[in-house]
Design a binder for this molecule. Structure first.
Ligand code: ADP
Ligand code: MN
Ligand code: MN
Ligand code: MN
Length: 336
C-alpha cells in the first residue's frame, strides 16, 4: 500500500476577495481517478464560511493534478465547498459555472487567462529600495538583468512546477512595474482554465514561501504612476474561430458593452483603482472595443482582425478576479 499525501485546496468566504486555503489528507493510494479521492471537511467558522455553533463545511473533490512539489503519488486536489447536507455553499462560485458551461457546451468556449501578480518582500515590492521607489517605469517590462527584474528564480520554479503538474501554462513575462510578473494559462475550456488558474495561484504562493517572498493579486499594489495588475481574459467560441468569426466577435463586443456594469461587478474588488484610463486601461465606467487597442475595454487582436476570425481579449478583469465568475459572465452574455 502506498500512502498518498493529498493537498486539498479550496476557496474561502473572505470578502471582498476570497482567499485560497489548503490542508493535507493522507490516505491509501494510489489515486487513479477522482472517485478514489475521499470527501473531507473543515472548520468553516475559521474561513468565514460558517458560524461557530454549526461550523462544519464539506470539501468535495472536483479536479486533481500530480503534486510535483512533494512528488511520487502525491496530488493537488481542487474542491468545491458544500454544506453538510451536500448542497452548494454560498461561497461556491464553481457550481454555477458547471451549469452554464454545460448549457452552452455546443459553443465550445475557450479561455486564455493572463495572470499578473506582484511579489512583495516585507512591505515593499520585491527589488524596491526599502521605503523608497525605483527608477520610473520603462525598462522593466520583459527586462533582463539584476537591475531590472526581481524574482526570476521564483518565476522559473513556479513555471516548472506548473508544467510538471500538467497545468497548461503558455508563457511568462516580466511586467511594466518592477517586481510584477505574468503567466498565462490556456487556452482551455471554462472549468479547466479556472481550476488550473486557481491551482497555479496556489503553487505561486507556495513556491514563493521558499524564498520568504509573498505574491499579491491586488489590482493596484502601489498607488500612483505604477501599473496595476490585471487578468486579461482571452475568449472565443467555435463560431468566432471559424470563417466569418469576426462578425460574431463584434456582435459579442456589442453585447458585452450593454452588460458592462454587470461584468465589472464580478471582475474583481478594488478594480476602480486600476481602471483609471491610464496605464493601458480603459476607465471603469467607460466601455470601448477596438482592434489592437490596449486602451480599450476589449481588444480585438491584430491577427484576429487580419484573419477575419479568432478571439477577443477582455482587458477589464483585475488580477484578483475569480475565474469561475468571469468565465460564467462571458459565456452568459455572449452566448445567451
Ligand atoms: P497579450 O498580447 O495580451 O500579452 P498573451 O500572449 O499574454 O497576450 O496571452 C494571450 C492568451 O490568449 C494566451 O493564454 C493564449 O492561450 C490565449 N488564446 C490564444 N488564442 C485563443 C483563442 N482562440 N481563444 C481563447 N484564448 C486564446
Ligand atoms: Mn500578456
Ligand atoms: Mn500583462
Ligand atoms: Mn493581454
Amino acid at each position: 500500500m502506498t500512502k498518498v499525501k493529498a493537498e486539498y485546496i479550496w476557496i474561502d468566504g473572505h470578502k471582498p476577495t476570497a482567499k485560497l486555503r489548503s490542508k493535507t489528507k493522507i490516505f491509501e493510494g494510489p489515486v487513479k481517478s477522482l472517485d478514489d479521492i475521499p470527501m473531507w471537511g473543515f472548520d468553516g467558522s475559521s474561513t468565514m464560511q460558517a458560524e461557530g455553533s454549526d461550523s462544519d463545511c464539506m470539501l468535495k473533490p472536483v479536479y486533481y493534478l500530480p503534486d510535483p512539489i512533494r512528488g511520487g503519488d502525491d496530488i493537488l486536489v481542487m474542491n468545491e465547498v458544500r454544506k453538510p447536507d451536500g448542497s452548494i455553499h454560498e461561497s461556491n462560485t464553481r457550481a454555477r459555472l458547471v451549469e452554464i458551461a454545460e448549457k452552452h457546451k455546443d459553443e465550445d468556449a475557450w479561455f486564455g487567462i493572463e495572470q499578473e501578480y506582484t511579489f512583495f518582500k516585507g512591505r515593499s515590492p520585491l527589488g524596491w529600495p526599502n521605503g523608497g521607489y525605483p527608477a520610473p517605469q520603462g525598462p522593466f517590462y520583459c527586462g533582463v538583468g539584476a537591475d531590472e527584474v526581481f524574482g526570476r528564480d521564483i518565476v522559473e520554479d513556479h513555471m516548472d512546477i506548473c508544467l510538471q503538474a500538467g497545468i497548461q501554462i503558455s508563457g511568462i513575462n516580466a511586467e511594466v512595474m518592477p517586481g510584477q510578473w505574468e503567466f498565462q494559462v490556456g487556452s482551455l475550456g471554462p472549468l479547466e482554465v479556472s481550476d488550473q488558474l486557481w491551482i497555479a495561484r496556489w503553487i505561486l504562493y507556495r513556491i514563493a514561501e521558499n524564498y520568504g517572498v509573498n505574491a499579491t493579486l491586488h489590482p493596484k499594489p502601489v498607488k500612483g504612476d505604477w501599473n496595476g495588475a490585471g487578468a486579461h481574459a482571452n475568449f472565443s467560441t467555435k463560431p468566432m474561430r471559424e470563417n466569418g468569426g469576426l462578425k460574431i466577435i463584434e456582435s459579442a463586443c456589442e453585447k458585452l458593452g450593454r452588460k458592462h456594469e454587470e461584468h465589472i461587478a464580478v471582475y474583481g474588488a478594488h478594480n476602480e483603482e486600476r481602471l483609471t484610463g491610464l496605464h493601458e486601461t480603459c476607465a471603469l465606467h467607460e466601455f470601448r472595443y477596438g482592434v489592437s487597442d490596449r486602451g480599450a475595454s476589449i481588444r480585438i487582436p491584430m491577427d484576429t482582425a487580419n484573419n477575419g476570425k479568432g478571439y477577443l481579449e477582455d482587458r477589464r478583469p483585475s488580477a484578483n478576479m475569480d475565474p469561475y465568475q468571469v468565465c460564467a459572465a462571458l459565456i452568459e452574455t455572449t452566448c445567451g
